[in-house]
Design a protein around this ligand. Structure first.
Ligand code: NAP
Length: 287
């Protein structure tokens, strides 16, 4: 492979180490740690693994975790009551309602009930609006993690052609907004885009988030481009991204692996958002 490997695991470790230091300083100033509450409705095994990972990550940096579990048949009223209780709890600075929720509940509606100051997933309408307006706020963790990876890899964004493959509310749209705020020229592609390879070849920075195993081939990539692979796909029991890593690694200037690229940055940014929410709640200037 000729491309520079962008090591998300190593960067996430550095980010988490700094957060642990900053959490320690927060405790010194305020006499209590930041708190993150997770809500898991039902027993979906993958969701249980994700929630467990978030709780462990909190403990490692000194953030207090509140692990809330409800039965799979919990009523809408029960979940709403829990979110309202957590919204009102001063020890809780961030709230995550783990998605997907069971079919009788509306995950988007429930996420929207989280207090904007505790929206550490950055997914409420208010957080999305603040991002679109370029105002300070809590940003979605995965796109924020991609921005940190790009900065660490030395990617120049000002004036660069950035192409985002995928337009989801969770990732593609906020990613495009963050790149725009960094003065990139941004194109967002989706399933109706004509001649995807040609559009992608324009990119100095190509970010793929479609959920299609190894869809982005070497002929989609401009030589020397920085390629960020957000996709997480399981093929024959193995994880792979949306980018054909081996082939694109011979053309790109820099590339993230899967696993070990974007994924570890998502949790690191969740911890960062929880600390930021705690500092905002304490009246500190977070810039
Ligand atoms: P999503 O909501 O399913 O959105 C997928 C997007 O890709 C849509 O905009 C869709 O277009 C587009 N798309 C799908 N097939 C396409 C095709 N053949 N050609 C062009 N565009 C196509 O997915 P998501 O939540 O954004 O996640 C995308 C991937 O990133 C998944 O693999 C997910 O697991 C991964 N992910 C990883 C992390 C992490 O922490 N590493 C976090 C979030 C997501 P339309 O809008 O036209 O349907």
């Amino acid at each position: 492979m000729s491309a520079q490997l962008i090591d998300g695991k190593a960067l996430a470790e550095r980010v988490r180490a700094q957060i642990a230091v900053d959490v320690g300083a927060f405790v010194e100033r305020h006499g209590r740690p930041p708190g993150l509450a997770t809500i898991l409705v039902g027993e979906d095994p993958a969701s249980a693994v994700y929630v467990g990972g978030k709780q462990r990550a909190c403990a490692e940096v000194g953030i207090r975790g509140f692990d809330n579990r409800l039965a799979a048949d919990a009523s809408r009223a029960e979940v709403v009551e829990l979110i309202e209780r957590l919204n009102a709890d001063d020890a809780v600075n961030g709230i995550i309602c783990q998605l997907p929720v069971p079919g009788h509940l509306d995950g988007v509606e429930l996420t929207g009930l989280v207090d904007a100051g505790k929206d550490v997933d950055g997914l409420t309408a208010l957080s999305a609006g603040l991002l679109a307006l370029g105002r300070p706020g809590l940003r979605p963790c995965t796109p924020e993690g991609v921005m940190l990876l790009l900065a660490d890899a030395g990617a120049k964004l000002e004036g660069a052609e950035a192409v985002v493959l995928g337009r989801s509310n969770l990732f593609g749209k906020p990613m495009a907004q963050l790149l725009l705020a960094a003065n990139a020229t941004v194109t967002v592609c989706h399933s109706r885009t004509h001649d995807l390879p040609a559009v992608c070849r324009r990119a100095d920075v190509l970010i793929a988030a479609v959920g299609r195993p190894r869809m982005v081939g070497a002929d989609w990539v401009r030589p020397g481009a920085t390629v960020i692979d957000v996709g997480i796909n399981r093929v024959d029991g193995e994880l792979c991204g949306d980018v054909d890593f081996d082939a694109v690694g011979e053309v790109a200037g820099a590339i993230t692996p899967v696993p070990g690229g974007v994924g570890p940055m998502t949790i690191a940014c969740l911890l960062g958002n929880t600390l930021k929410a705690a500092r905002m709640a304490a009246g500190e200037d977070v810039g």
